[in-house]
Design a protein around this ligand. Structure first.
Ligand SMILES: [Zn+2]
Length: 309
């Protein structure tokens, strides 16, 4: 097993994808797996004596050849003392980017799938004077408009997950653009709303060009064989909290955090209807060991995650 603390890289057409981790944090296993009994989920994921499991914080870096795009910014370094007691505060993303030679100023675009604190934490930092400033000073930021509207008046149930410092200063300064869903942000990178975890969470869909990288061209041939048509483009999707880890790939294995659990099932079904036949690479936001995989369905109907080469 590899660990997302170290870097993973794959070619997608002529795009390059890398996963960078902000670290791992403890989450209650019951909350992570919703109505699924522990006798079932504990076969897939280990829990400690307090019933905590380990969740990852995976950001996806895309190099398109023109832009450097960062999807999701982890938990960041601005948690309150109370939040730190629950989640710790690994805050490793900038160090991990730096180890790969990437400075915050190198990021051209930041995309947040939704605005929960563990997905947009490094959007901003406090400077020496305590002022909130963008971490990625040169970047244009994008987030779902519905999320931002909701975050202004969240329900009592998930109000703790919204920290205005992560996005309000960016919206106010004009550095963050709000998305309706369906937009193409740069050629090959678009967003689509998948309702379930929240009402407006968006998946980020990445389509490489048809001039594939020599290595991935060979892999694509083996993966889709004779079914490959000229219209096929190598595709990846950062599906965020709709399918947070490889242990959540079954339709009914949703998190207790989901605000609309029945819609999570509908959205997963919709996602698989495209992602499975088109051989999309699925990127997992909270998997501590497998940041991405190809999801397949066996004849029995069981979903399986196949490790990406
Ligand atoms: Zn979330």
């Amino acid at each position: 097993m590899w660990h997302t603390g170290t870097m993973h890289r794959i070619a997608l057409g002529d795009f390059e994808l890398c996963v960078f981790s902000d670290g791992t944090y403890p989450l209650d296993g019951g909350a992570f797996f919703g109505v699924i009994p522990k006798v079932m989920w504990s076969k897939k994921v280990a829990a400690d004596e307090r019933n905590y499991v380990t969740a990852g914080l995976n950001s996806l870096l895309i190099r398109t050849g023109r832009q450097t795009v960062l999807v999701e910014t982890g938990m960041g370094n601005k948690l309150s003392e109370r939040m730190k007691k629950f989640y710790g505060q690994p805050a490793k993303l900038l160090d991990n980017l730096s180890a790969a030679g990437i400075a915050p100023e190198d990021i051209d675009i930041v995309i947040n799938s939704h605005l929960h604190f563990d997905h947009c934490g490094w959007n901003t930092v406090r400077d020496k004077n305590g002022k909130i400033v963008p971490t990625f000073s040169q970047a244009k930021y994008y987030a779902p408009e519905g999320e931002w509207q909701y975050a202004r008046r969240p329900s009592e149930r998930d109000a703790i997950s919204y920290i205005a410092e992560n996005y309000d200063p960016l919206v106010e300064s004009g550095q963050m653009t709000l998305l309706k869903g369906g937009e193409e942000i740069v050629p090959g990178i678009s967003v689509q709303t998948f309702r379930g975890h929240t009402a407006s969470m968006q998946g980020i869909i990445i389509r490489g060009s048809q001039n594939p990288h020599p290595v991935s061209a060979k892999a694509a041939e083996t993966r889709v064989g004779h079914r490959r048509s000229s219209a096929w483009l190598p595709t990846a999707c950062y599906i965020s909290d709709l399918i947070p880890t490889t242990a959540h790939i079954d339709l009914t294995w949703g998190m207790a955090f989901d605000l609309y659990p029945l819609d999570t099932i509908v959205s997963k079904r919709e996602y698989y209807a495209r992602a499975i036949p088109e051989k999309w690479l699925t990127v997992f936001t909270h998997d501590p060991t497998a940041p991405w995989a190809y999801i397949e369905q066996e004849e029995s109907g069981k979903m399986v995650a196949k490790e990406a080469a």
